[in-house]
Design a protein around this ligand. Sequence first.
Ligand code: IPE
Ligand code: IPE
Ligand code: MG
Length: 241
Amino acid sequence: MARTGADEAGPRHVAIIMDGNGRWAQSRGRPRLFGHHAGARRVREIVEACPDLGVSYLTIFAFSTENWKRTQTEVAGLMSLFRRYIMKEMQDFVREDVRVRFIGDRYRLEPRLRELMEEAEAMTTHCARLNLTIAINYGGRDEVARATRRLARDVAEGRLDPETVDEQTLPRYLDTRVLPDPDLVIRTSGEARISNFLLWQSAYSEYEFIDTLWPDFTREVFASVLAQYSTRERRFGAVTA
Ligand code: IPE
Ligand code: IPE
Ligand code: MG
């Protein structure tokens, strides 16, 4: 049975579309931001659970290139939550040996947030127990477009021969260039769509769509989704004997 990129028990790289914060809050008669705060607390729990569950890469979708379409109140509230989250967690990441990276177009983010992101990345470069990647202002199409722009520049300036461009070339220009492809992509809240997440990288990922809303996604739910993954057979186009 082929399970490339993962140890025999479970996935090495898990990516999560953390969806359902708004509905979770609304069902309690609270504003959407209340749900985003509850969701941020779950991130801590899931980050802590990863090493014990054999997960060494965790990539989480926090804000998409499409999420700017939300109300100004919600967008500003999310940006402030990201700032506070990074400030509060930075020391813990170092202590827990978690290397933090961000993907997405950070140049569209406010300078203060960008500075904090860079600080968190710099402070954790030596950490190795878990690779946590947070996608902020991330869109798969935007990422491929930005990668293509850099690739085209390299061709125009004579650093890259266009005849050599193949499937291995583009990933070197993606935001995820140092990460393995995700073995498993989980989406919470019952929606069965990708919403522009890791389009290139998830070509052969397993998907789990679960009904649980993100603020209810406990360590136990996470463990059960990973157990489900380990029953799957990944064929990558081949036929198993
Ligand atoms: C996901 O929860 C978090 C972000 C997109 C920032 P939502 O805010 O999309 O919650 P629902 O889907 O409206 O319930
Ligand atoms: C995807 O969720 C983005 C994040 C979880 C950050 P959305 O709630 O924005 O996706 P759609 O709009 O339902 O597709
Ligand atoms: Mg949503």
